[in-house]
Write a protein that binds this ligand. Structure first.
Ligand code: SF4
Length: 336
């Protein structure tokens, strides 16, 4: 059995964050979230470990929330110390955490190294300075580049997170951001579409008609090209789109933007749709049999069978066959 990868998530919110990212509802973060206590962290770890076969799988602990290295040093140490026992016992193999690029320096990295942190994820969001300015991130693309290099030089795995559809952004700029992420040799990548959440600056900008959210179609078209670029460079994309529980606890919080619970599946459907374009141009064939890698079968058929339906408009019989010997998006076609 191949090993599975589990991440035990601990959310460490940035209380009273001094920044003003336009898409972030700070009131909600500081009003409803609490810094988790040591007891709460231990309980979360124990609860997760009780349901995971940690002897035969890879288990990591993830400190998420955006700015781990921005919290006071003694609190960082308190959290990191809690995990050491589980690492020594072999129940947890490593720690990953997310933080801001402008909160990385040699001193902060020395601390993380001491406590066996393996992966540091930076919320880069964009590597275009005009976009970063309009978003109010409070850091520049140079900060991201510098922090990324320092993280790699110190032997950590580097995660970079980017967003599409930000104010001042466009498809071309997003592709440039993706290319820079490749150049920075990120080990893990997350791609999120920008959403308009209630009571944010972006909500105001939307009401003042100074911001237009991407439609779902636009977001899919943009993300698909970014994914193709990353895949061509053999980059490791670990997330596409928000997990339903990540930001939107109720429907009422989402005002606008390309949210879809199956965003990744939709992106992959579009990539296969592009691949099948040539098959839709074929004439003189009535029936078609397409073999794809077993793992890709559902994505090739498409979300709600979108790609199969498109092919059925062209062929009388469309058969998709899983082939365990095929890898990635390789496929073979037979006409009959
Ligand atoms: S998203 Fe921006 S404003 Fe919100 S907590 Fe993080 S750094 Fe602060």
């Amino acid at each position: 059995m191949p090993q599975k990868h589990f991440t035990i998530p601990i959310f460490v919110p940035e209380l009273a964050c001094p920044f003003q990212c336009v898409y972030c509802n700070q009131k909600k973060i500081s009003g409803q979230q609490e810094i988790p206590s040591a007891e709460k962290v231990i309980k979360t770890i124990e609860d997760h470990l009780s349901t995971i076969d940690y002897e035969n799988n890879v288990v990591e602990l993830g400190f998420f929330g955006g700015n781990f290295t921005g919290i006071p040093t003694h609190e960082q140490e308190m959290y990191l110390l809690l995990v050491q026992k589980y690492i020594t016992e072999g129940k947890i193999q490593g720690i990953r955490l997310s933080t801001r690029p402008d909160y990385i320096d040699q001193q902060s990295l020395d601390l993380l190294k001491k406590y066996k942190v393996k992966t540091i994820e930076l919320g880069a969001q964009s590597l275009d300075d005009e976009v970063l300015k309009q978003v109010g991130r409070g850091h520049t693309s140079f900060d991201v580049e510098q922090a990324s290099c320092l993280i790699k030089e110190n032997g950590f795995r580097l995660g970079l997170q980017m967003m599409i559809g930000l104010p001042g952004d466009n498809a071309q700029k997003s592709l440039k951001t993706a290319q820079k992420i490749i150049d920075l040799k990120a080990d893990d990548i997350r791609i999120y579409p920008c959403l308009v959440i209630k009571e944010t600056k972006l909500h105001e900008l939307l009401q003042q008609q100074k911001y237009k959210a991407l439609t779902l179609e636009e977001a899919l078209a943009e993300t698909k090209e970014i994914v193709k670029l990353f895949e061509k460079a053999n980059m490791n994309i670990i997330r596409i789109g928000l997990h339903p529980s990540e930001a939107l606890t109720t429907d009422k919080e989402l005002i606008d933007g390309p949210y879809h619970p199956s965003f990744k599946e939709l992106v992959m459907t579009e990539i296969w749709h592009d691949i099948f374009q040539d098959l839709l141009k074929q004439k003189h064939h009535r029936n078609i049999k397409i073999q794809v890698a077993t793992k890709e079968l559902n994505l090739a058929i498409g979300h709600k069978s979108k790609n199969k339906i498109a092919l059925q408009e062209h062929y009388e019989v469309v058969q998709f066959i899983p082939n365990p010997e095929l890898k990635g998006r390789d496929f073979s076609v037979e006409y009959f």
